[in-house]
Ligand binder design. Sequence first.
Ligand SMILES: C[S@@+](CC[C@H](N)C(=O)[O-])C[C@H]1O[C@@H](n2cnc3c(N)ncnc32)[C@H](O)[C@@H]1O
Length: 225
Amino acid sequence: MKPKLLDLFAGAGGAGKGYMDAGFDVTGIDIEPQPDYPGTFIQSDAIAYLAAHGHEYDAIHASPPCQASCTLTKGTNQGKEYLNLIPATRALLDISGKPYVIENVQGSDLRRDLTLCGEMFGLGVIRHRYFELGGWAAIPTPHKPHRGRVAGWRHGEWFDGPYFAVYGEGGGKGTVAQWQGAMDMHWTSNRKSIAESIPRAYTRFIGGQLMALLETQRELAESAA
Ligand SMILES: C[S@@+](CC[C@H](N)C(=O)[O-])C[C@H]1O[C@@H](n2cnc3c(N)ncnc32)[C@H](O)[C@@H]1O
């Protein structure tokens, strides 16, 4: 039987799909309906679900929304209050005793145990993301120099480059098909979902190491029994 992974704040499943690639049986939780989610999906508040069901899973991933800290929206957030869901999520994850991963963006108060970038996986996005790991550690992979610039208009000038800016509108940001290709995310054509997600390659990398750890723990438990 496959180990069970809980994917909190699941969106359309960028993170979830990578854990599926790594061999997990994945259940995604989101407060909004997610018709394109590639695994089992339950619509619920993530914090409430984690408190009630976290113990049923072998490992847990959480991608709390980034509006409280996101550098891309900070300038437009003035006057709006966004809840920072990271502290409550982290506290419940610690109580669960399960190995966990929390993903967020620059400006959040997360520990950066792991930093991943699209270029490490040959993707058409740069998309630096930071991961705090609880109850386990992963071997990092070195950052690779970027091959060029992000394509798009800046100050009235067009810049060519091997990467797309997968967020926002206008400025030569790319078509949905280009975003799907750049992110390797072909199971949804929802532009907002693609913009909010992390590439599956990131969690395939993390999930591979998490799977190896769980298998070692299972073998040790079996040999001790
Ligand atoms: C950054 S997106 C997640 C992207 C996802 N990890 C991926 O890779 O595709 C954050 C998600 O959190 C969801 N969300 C916000 N507040 C929530 C809550 N209290 N409980 C569950 N989901 C929530 C949003 O609907 C959104 O889909």
